[in-house]
Write a new protein. Sequence first.
Length: 216
Amino acid sequence: MIRVYLVDDDPMVRRGLKFILQATDDIEVVGEAGSGAEAIDQLPSLRPDVVVLDVRMPNVGGLQVAESILKAGHSQAILMMTAFDNESTVMEVLEAGAIGFLLKDAPPESVIQAIRDTSAGKVTLSPRHTRILLDAYTRDGQVNRRVEAQQALAGLSKRETEIAILVAQSLTNQEIARAMLLSTATVKTHLTKIFDELGIGNRVQLALLVREAELI
């Protein structure tokens, strides 16, 4: 039997969740709280398997309750429920230690399955929340690549950087030479040095670095 504790400042939400869960034969609601402070007081003695938490509550919110559970070293799995699905809320919830996150308008079968999965230690996210996380990590990955490219190119001299930018703009050695009032041989010498310094082997890799660094 999965022992569940409900925390939500809206009594109607708690009542609805209890009604849904009472229809199962493997989930038991062992307690409930209308505030974060009440939950923090009761949880040590009840020791449920899963704590279903409302994210946004007055005074002591769900995030604080989750952090309190983790700091106390309790083994309860945390499933957060909220009416908000913006990126900042999703990230806050996961950083607080929850392994499940559902919207309050999720259908009853999704809530039941989420509690079962959370109890089993499985990460529970709706498709919408999964997409939000993927978008965030993809964006962060792009940011990391930009920083890495900028750091790599920072070691080039001003002239080498100018040549690298012109390469990324698809100019030939001859065109670069004319634009910078250099000989073609000098441009080739600079490019050889640039390739060696950056540990790359061709113009395409150089152009990609320049674009990732957002120098053009």
